[in-house]
Ligand binder design. Structure first.
Ligand code: 13P
Length: 251
């Protein structure tokens, strides 16, 4: 039985005031969340405030990116040990925005996955195709390649210590959600791909859906056999919306 996980990806949003308001709203409303594990992935500067507010609550927190290096002369980077020092549980790896705007290659993403594990963090590995790739019929080829790179570098057992997030790029921030059938098809593919290396990892690893998931579509997506929760962008910035998505996993 895989416990659903709903993780908020705040991306580059928020202020001290809005973060305080959001966290208060989440804490106040958590009683309605019965089944899902809940996490928020915050911009690095807000992580100390997140830790201060969420320590002792059931809500976990994490970063949005991690350096491949543990420390040293890497201006602007944040390391795994730094995130761990602020009790981060998760870190997002290989988000499509980082692949696209920061030229992160499959190889770099694989290195970040192992750097996160080395620091004791649980990586949330993002994979997904662009609209052009979907229309060209190469969705499985792209997602398979993105997964294989991490499996080859880290080994299947280490991949099994993380979480996978299928995020079709065309559904991110566009209001265009993959249909439950479209999402389920790729989630099943991801599980089958992992099963080729390890049946037990494929059976236990959580595969989240991300891309315009919101209170209106979350329940139907999460009813699919291979969808184990969500990675939520826009709808994670408002406590009522995020809690509604989290409670859509109630069973
Ligand atoms: P939206 O929910 O805003 O589409 O973003 C999804 C996402 O990229 C989460 O990582």
């Amino acid at each position: 039985m895989r416990q659903p996980l709903v993780a908020g990806n705040w991306k580059m949003n928020g202020s001290r005031a809005s973060v305080a308001e959001l966290l208060n709203g989440l804490k106040a409303g958590m009683a309605r969340v019965k089944t899902a594990e809940v996490a928020v992935c915050a911009p690095a500067v807000f992580i100390p405030a997140v830790q201060a507010e969420l320590a002792g609550t059931p809500i976990k927190w994490g970063g949005q990116d991690v350096s491949v290096h543990a420390s040293g002369a890497y201006t602007g980077e944040i390391s795994g040990p730094m995130l761990a020092d602020f009790a981060c549980h998760y870190v997002i790896i290989g988000h499509s925005e980082r692949r696209a705007y920061h030229a992160e290659s499959d190889e770099l993403v694989a290195n970040k996955f192992s750097a996160a594990r080395a620091a004791g963090l649980v990586p949330i590995l993002c994979v997904g195709e662009t609209l052009d790739e979907r229309e060209a019929g190469v969705t499985e080829e792209v997602v398979g390649r993105q997964l294989d790179a991490v499996v080859a570098h880290c080994g299947i057992d280490v991949v099994g210590e993380g979480v996978i997030a299928y995020e079709p790029v065309w559904a991110i921030g566009t209001g265009k959600t993959a249909t439950p059938e479209q999402a389920q098809e790729v989630h099943a593919f991801i599980r089958a791909r992992l099963a080729a290396a390890s049946r037990s990892v494929a059976d236990t690893v959580r595969v989240l859906y991300g891309g315009s998931m919101n209170p209106n579509n979350a329940a139907e997506l999460m009813l699919q056999d291979d969808i184990d929760g969500g990675l939520i962008g826009g709808a994670s910035l408002k406590a009522t919306d995020f809690l509604a998505v989290c409670s859509a996993a109630n069973r």
